[in-house]
Design a protein around this ligand. Structure first.
Ligand code: ATP
Length: 429
C-alpha cells in the first residue's frame, strides 16, 4: 500500500502511514501511540486483546522508533489531537531507537553533536522550509530578470582576497586555497559576456571568530551585473529582490513565523534610506557621541539602525561610499574623490547582511590598486588577465543566507539557520 501523509488521512478509508513514535503509553488493556510525520500527528489506538500480533511486534519498541501503520481512521470525541484515531490492522517496525542522548534543554554544544536529532524539532525544520522558499524567491527573481546561474570552483590556486583568512590545502603536492567568495569568478563571468549572473554557494573563511554572525563556512547568495553606471544600480536591484523575497515569504510563512518565532515579517514599501559612510559617522558622532572611525563596528551598526528606524521607519539602511582603505582592492574608487569607493553595505535589524560595490574593470587601474593594498600584482596576474580582453563595467553584491534568515526570524545566531555549523571549534559531525 502507498504511504499517506498524516495530514491527508481521511476517515473510514484504509491507509498506511509512516513516521516516528512521538509518544507511547502502554496501559493494561490498551497501547496508545502518537505517530508523527512531516505534516502532522495522529493517535494510534491498539486494543491488546483484539490485536495480539501488533502487540507482539511492538515488544521492545520505544519512542523515537520509526514504524509504518496500516489501518483505518475514525473520528473520536475522546481523542484530543485532531479528533481522530487510527485503528491499526498491521504495523511494520522500520527502525528501533535507543534512548535519546539529548533533551530539549541540552546545552547548545551537545545539541550540535546530535544536530540531526535537534533538527527533528518542528521549529528547527520550519527554519529550513522557510529558507527553501526564500532561496526559491531569490532564484525566481534573478532568473526572471535575465540572470544566469553559475557554479564557480571552491578550490583554487589563488586565494580570492588575500589576507590570513584563507584555508590552505594540499592539491596533489601543490598549495591550493578554499575560495573566500566567488568574487573573482563572478567577475570573470562579466568578462565572458554573461552580463548578469548569480550563484548560491559556500564561502570559506579561516577566521577565529566566535560571534553569533560568523561561520568558517557559509552559504552566500552572490550576484554580479554588467553595464552599471555606479553602485547605486546594484543597490536598486538588491532592494527590489529583497522586497520581492520578503513579500513571497510573508505570503506563505508570515503567519507561521509570527506564531513560531514571534516576529512580524515587514515588507518595506518605502525606498531603503541611503546614507554615505561620512554622513553615518556624523550622525553617530552627533547623536550618540561616538568617535569617527574608518569602518563600522557592531555598536555603530546597531546605533545607525536605531536612528534610521526612528527617523525613517525603515528596518533597512544602505551605507554607501566607504573609505577606499577599508574596502577590498577590486572596489572602484570615486574619480573625483579617490579616498572614497563606490561601495556599500546593507544593514538590517542592527547588522550588516550584504557588501556590494562597483568593481574596477580597467586592468591598469586594478593593478595599481592591488599594489596600493600591499599585494604583489604578479600574484594576481591571472585575475587581472580577465580584464585585458574587453570587459564591461560591472558590480555586484553578496548576502549571507544564514544571516538573512537569522534576521528574518529573529534568531539569536546564524548557527540556528545553518544545517551543520562550521566554526573554529566545530568540524563535526
Ligand atoms: P563582517 O564584517 O560581518 O565580518 P564581511 O564584511 O567580512 O562581514 P563580506 O566579506 O563582505 O563580509 O561578505 C558579504 C556577506 O557575507 C556579509 O554581509 C555576510 O552576510 C556574509 N558573511 C561574511 N562573512 C561571513 C561569515 N564568516 N559567516 C557568515 N556569513 C558571513
Amino acid at each position: 500500500m502507498k504511504r499517506t501523509m498524516i495530514n491527508d488521512i481521511e476517515c473510514e478509508v484504509p491507509v498506511k502511514i509512516s513516521g516516528w513514535i512521538e509518544n507511547l503509553r502502554d496501559k493494561k488493556s490498551m497501547i496508545f501511540l502518537v505517530i508523527k510525520d512531516k505534516t502532522g500527528k495522529i493517535q494510534v489506538t491498539i486494543e491488546k486483546e483484539k490485536l495480539p500480533h501488533i502487540v507482539e511486534k511492538l515488544a521492545g519498541v520505544i519512542v523515537n522508533s520509526v514504524i509504518s501503520v496500516e489501518g483505518v481512521a475514525h473520528n473520536s470525541e475522546y481523542v484530543k489531537m485532531g479528533g481522530k484515531e487510527l485503528i491499526p490492522t498491521d504495523i511494520t517496525v522500520l527502525s528501533v531507537s535507543n534512548a535519546l542522548p539529548i533533551t530539549k534543554d541540552a546545552s547548545p554544544d551537545l545539541k550540535m553533536d546530535y544536530r540531526w536529532i535537534d533538527l527533528r524539532d518542528d521549529k528547527n525544520r520550519l527554519i529550513f522550509e522557510i529558507m527553501t522558499d526564500m532561496e526559491m524567491a531569490m532564484r525566481e527573481y534573478t532568473t526572471s530578470h535575465g540572470f544566469i546561474e553559475i557554479h564557480t570552483p571552491k578550490i583554487s590556486a589563488q586565494s580570492t582576497e588575500g589576507g590570513a583568512e584563507v584555508f590552505k590545502t594540499d592539491y596533489f603536492g601543490s598549495p591550493a586555497f578554499l575560495t573566500q567568495s566567488p568574487q573573482l569568478y563572478k567577475q570573470m563571468a562579466m568578462a565572458a559576456g554573461f552580463e548578469k549572473v548569480f550563484e548560491i554557494g559556500p564561502c570559506y573563511r579561516a577566521e577565529q571568530s566566535f560571534t553569533s554572525r560568523h561561520a568558517t563556512e557559509f552559504m552566500s547568495f552572490d550576484i554580479e551585473m554588467s553595464y552599471i553606471d555606479s553602485h547605486h544600480d546594484v543597490m536598486d536591484m538588491e532592494e527590489d529582490i529583497i522586497k520581492y523575497t520578503l513579500e513571497r515569504v510573508s505570503k506563505k510563512y508570515g503567519q507561521a513565523i509570527k506564531e513560531t518565532f514571534g516576529v512580524d515579517v515587514v515588507v518595506p514599501s518605502m525606498a531603503f534610506p541611503r546614507l554615505t559612510f561620512d554622513e553615518v559617522q556624523n550622525i553617530l558622532h552627533d547623536n550618540f557621541g561616538l568617535e569617527k572611525k574608518m569602518d563600522m563596528d557592531t555598536e555603530s551598526e546597531r546605533l545607525i539602525c536605531k536612528y534610521v528606524m526612528e527617523k525613517y521607519g525603515c528596518e533597512f539602511v544602505f551605507i554607501t561610499d566607504y573609505p577606499t582603505e577599508s574596502r577590498a582592492f577590486y572596489t572602484m574608487k570615486h574619480e573625483d574623490n579617490p579616498a572614497y569607493s563606490k561601495s556599500y553595505d546593507l544593514l538590517w535589524k542592527d547588522q550588516e547582511i550584504t557588501s556590494g560595490a562597483q568593481r574596477e574593470h580597467r586592468p591598469d587601474v586594478l593593478s595599481k590598486q592591488i599594489s596600493e593594498k600591499g599585494i604583489d600584482p604578479a600574484h594576481m596576474d591571472s585575475y587581472i588577465e580577465f580584464f585585458r580582453y574587453g570587459c564591461p563595467p560591472h558590480g555586484g553584491y553578496a548576502i549571507g543566507l544564514a544571516r538573512f534568515t537569522a534576521k528574518l526570524l529573529g534568531l539569536s545566531s546564524i548557527k540556528d539557520a545553518t544545517f551543520l555549523f562550521r566554526g573554529p571549534n566545530r568540524l563535526n559531525p
